[in-house]
Design a protein around this ligand. Structure first.
Ligand code: SAH
Length: 244
């Protein structure tokens, strides 16, 4: 009898699931309008209000639907003012930090950009709205695969995802007009400085627990470093970074 009750309970739970899913489906339009409103609020109160003024960056933050890059349970928090877990102990960055780093990169529609740390693919999508092409490297295979599929589904034909160690950059397509690093090494990887084009900009968090966000510019072969703000990113992993 007990067995029968257990399997009956399982049956009830299982047979209720599709009903819940179809209820979700029918509220999709309402959800999407709600997310659109939340995204507009996010741009106004978290980004423009904190001094981001580049129209291209503000537009990209309005257009790219952050909630599509945030998994299941956390999706409802997509437009809150902070980072969120994306699985594998990694996070999607706070929207303001994404906007700030993108503004610092000063991307042009003819630019070729390299990103280290694809994660969810959100920052890559923002860059994909602004640049000619985006090359992005992720060290965790599952995240690289997931981001690649999502970006393809969203129609980005100018974003190229590679699974590998971003410490060494992506030499084949160098030099890059902009390089953005969204995980933190303890020192700036030398290959990234080499792969930065003349007149190019590199935005990178450098340090251990807390880091400094550094803007590197290259003119006449010389690099100049400028510290922007303290930040907190997940560490850069991989053999080369961990040896340092
Ligand atoms: N830009 C991402 C957030 C990145 S979180 C987004 O928009 O969602 C940092 C990412 O860097 C993690 O996914 C982590 O796995 C990745 N990472 C860490 N070390 C790396 C390395 N050496 N090369 C490439 N990716 C790395």
């Amino acid at each position: 009898m007990k067995d029968v009750l257990v399997s009956l309970a399982c049956f009830i739970v299982l047979s209720m699931a599709p009903a819940c899913m179809s209820a979700d489906d029918s509220s999709k339009t309402a959800d999407s309008a709600n997310y659109d409103r939340q995204r507009r609020d996010m741009v106004e109160s978290q980004i423009r209000a904190r001094g981001i003024s580049d129209p291209g960056v503000l537009d990209a933050m309005l257009v790219v639907e952050r909630h599509l890059f945030v998994p299941g349970y956390y999706r409802k928090y997509s437009y809150t003012d902070g980072p969120l877990p994306i699985g594998k102990d990694q996070t999607i960055s706070q929207p303001y930090i994404v906007a700030l780093m993108t503004e610092l990169l000063d991307v042009d529609s003819t630019d070729k950009v390299l990103e280290i740390g694809t994660g969810s693919g959100y920052q890559a999508a923002i860059l994909g709205e602004l640049a000619d092409s985006v090359f992005t490297i992720e060290i965790i295979p599952e995240l690289a695969e997931q981001a690649e599929k999502l970006l393809e589904k969203l129609g980005y034909t100018n974003i190229f995802v590679r699974c590998g160690d971003g410490f060494v950059g992506w030499e084949e397509h160098a030099p890059y007009d902009g390089i953005i690093v969204t995980c933190a090494p303890t020192e700036i990887p030398e290959p990234l400085l080499t792969q930065l084009a003349e007149g190019g900009r590199l935005v990178i968090p450098v340090g251990t627990m807390w880091q400094e966000l550094i803007l590197v510019t290259k003119t006449d072969g010389e690099t100049r470093r400028e510290s922007v703000i303290p930040v907190r990113f997940v560490p850069m992993t991989g053999e080369a970074a961990e040896k340092k």
